[in-house]
Design a protein around this ligand. Structure first.
Ligand SMILES: Cc1ncc(COP(=O)(O)O)c(C=O)c1O
Length: 398
């Protein structure tokens, strides 16, 4: 058996590979430079152009571009009128922002467990967690795979809940042929550089509801409006604008919008390459019973953001940490997505969430790691990842 690099063997790669990386081409750079030479660096024409493009891609009627995905979730929670005494159900296997948006509004995040095969929120547990105080759900398309829309929509209708979809991972994904972004009451996107398309930092909320749209626009920019119909003290003075509610400065710049428009032109190519890599990995690991692969629902036509390996502890002698370190020594730098949100010390110690709340999520967290998946990952890179996984598993096989 080949000696592992961590014990002095030759590493599979000299150049390290990381789990995610943006792809920026000359068209992206030119788009940014053109804005820098133009009259508007912010609040200019690129914002409405971007919003129109997001509507076209998602099929939503309205899009509101914001400064990041967390801001998108915050204004969505505000538009849903989450406040003190309200409960909002979300998944524990997500980035903290999916739950923090409820805290920002004074509400209480309630965690429903995940489906142990798809890793997305389990609608049956979601239903068990519904109380008279439940006002909304924040369902996360984890790794890019669409949540169980039909079941969640049915629950939301039955219990009069607002359906906020956290699609930070899922731009480009479709559910039963319909693009994510047009299905929930509000859908929130992130355009951080590890995501499929990026604006450096950036986010957006899409919705089909005009009323929600108007609120989102207000909350994005201080609660200030120029629309006389929304003013309490209307004035036809041309300079007049009025703060009618409390909002934030969550605006995206035109520089970022131009970059994102150019990135979105490449979304079909990005999606295709990510799918090819997922297919390659699925095949490459099919001969390893030690590795469990995320189950894909047939309803989800996924633009995959993350590729996750789950180690079967009954079949390997190593811990997840030993596997992670051995992969790093081979030149493959993995990441772990995610510590269940309520296990963060803030949630545990300040807010009093107990350990053991969502057993499937806690079990999954102990076993998983994310391997490299990004547009420019070459066939050779993917082969190196597969070789490293096979090498490490061969060493630690029970
Ligand atoms: C599932 C999920 N929700 C929300 C966010 C927040 O997005 P941002 O980093 O753009 O604020 C992220 C970002 O990592 C995320 O992965």
């Amino acid at each position: 058996m080949e000696q592992l690099a961590i014990f002095g063997g030759t590493p599979i790669r000299k150049e390290p590979l990381f789990y995610g990386r943006q792809y920026i081409d000359d068209a992206d750079i030119n788009a940014v430079v053109n804005v820098l030479r133009s009259d508007y660096l912010t609040c200019g024409p690129k914002i409405s152009e971007l919003e129109a493009k997001l509507c076209q891609i998602t099929g939503a009627k309205y899009a509101v571009a914001v400064s990041n995905g967390t801001a998108a979730l915050h204004i969505a929670a505000m538009a849903a009128e989450i406040g003190e005494g309200d409960e909002v159900i979300t998944s524990p296997i997500t980035f903290a922002a999916s739950a923090n948006c409820t805290l920002y509004c004074g509400g209480k995040p309630v965690f429903a467990d995940i489906d142990p095969e798809t890793y997305n929120i389990d609608p049956a547990d979601m239903e068990r967690k519904i109380t008279p105080a439940t006002k909304a759900v924040v369902a996360v398309d984890f790794t890019g795979q669409a949540v169980a829309h039909k079941e969640i929509e049915d629950l939301c209708k039955k219990h009069h809940l607002i359906f906020i979809e956290d699609a930070a991972h899922a731009i480009g994904t479709k559910y039963e042929g319909k693009p994510i972004g047009s299905l929930a009451d509000m859908t929130c996107f992130s355009f951080h550089p590890v995501k499929t398309v990026t604006s450096g930092e950036g986010g957006a909320v899409t919705t089909n509801d005009e009323n929600l749209y108007k609120k989102l626009v207000l909350y994005r920019s201080h609660g200030i409006t120029r629309d006389m119909a929304q003013m309490k003290n209307p004035s036809d003075n041309p300079w007049y604008n009025e703060q009618v509610t409390l909002g934030y400065n969550y605006r995206l710049t035109d520089i970022q919008a131009a970059l994102l428009i150019s990135q979105l032109d490449k979304l079909p190519a990005f999606s295709k390459r990510r799918s090819e890599l997922v297919d390659f990995y699925n095949k490459a690991f099919s001969d390893l019973p030690e590795i469990i692969i995320q189950k894909e629902l047939p309803q989800s036509d996924t633009t995959r953001h993350l590729y996750i390996l789950q180690l079967d502890p009954d079949k390997v002698t190593c811990t997840r940490r030993e596997f992670f370190d051995a992969m790093a020594a081979e030149g493959i730098h993995c990441q772990v997505h995610y510590l269940p949100v309520y296990r963060h010390s803030y949630y545990e110690k300040e807010l009093g969430y107990p350990k053991g709340l969502c057993p499937n999520a806690e079990t999954l967290y102990e076993r998983i790691l994310s391997i490299p998946l990004f547009y420019k990952l070459s066939d050779q890179d993917a082969q190196d990842v597969s070789d490293a996984v096979h090498k490490v598993i061969a060493y630690y096989r029970k």
